[in-house]
Design a protein around this ligand. Sequence first.
Ligand SMILES: O=C(O)/C=C/C(=O)CC(=O)C(=O)O
Ligand SMILES: [Mg+2]
Length: 220
Amino acid sequence: MDLCFMTGSLSMDTDTSKREALNNRCVIQPPFKLRTEEPILFLKPPSAYVREGSPVLVPRYSSSLHHEVELGVVIGKGGTAIPQAAAMEHVAGYALCLDMTARDVQDVCKAKGLPWTRAKAFNTSCPVSDFIPKERIPDPGNVKLWLKVNDQLRQSGCTSQMIFSIPYLISYISEFITLEEGDLILTGTPKGVSAVQERDELQAGIEDVVTMSFRVDRKE
Ligand SMILES: O=C(O)/C=C/C(=O)CC(=O)C(=O)O
Ligand SMILES: [Mg+2]
């Protein structure tokens, strides 16, 4: 996954969104828990990625960093205005992802009608697992995700609870952002999000497929 992405939401200024999309790949997340008529979208930059062995950093300006475990869909074949019926042909595979969110900052942004960039797109805000080939998850609409903090189970859910299906998301997004090979789409999080602290150990998994661990640290 050599992707990049930026943040936005449906209320984001269109010109900014276009400019960011031109130079970056996208990570876009409709939540399990938010019921809106259309997916809520935002993007993260490539510097958001972090791999096992490196810490997840709490931004200096946040005192409420939340974990959100999510299934990520890796695009293998790009396209524009992809019909739902063809959407899965554009999927190369999956990744287990955490959408780390500075919830206190997001709350302020929401109250002021501002974009979620500082809440969602900071360095290390997207821990990712190794790439999971498509064949290893034959039914991505029915996989179990979990997340533990210091061995305590905090999130446990199934992608069957997702509000929007993966084919719908690919079709919806590609109507206005051309998807490219290597783009990663996060698909929303199940209930149980909660705050993490410096020195916490995060462990997450897709049942029978992959696990990953990250330590939380505070940015110096
Ligand atoms: O509206 C909120 O309070 C939070 C929304 C999100 O952070 C959306 C997600 O990223 C998600 O549910 O996965
Ligand atoms: Mg999320």
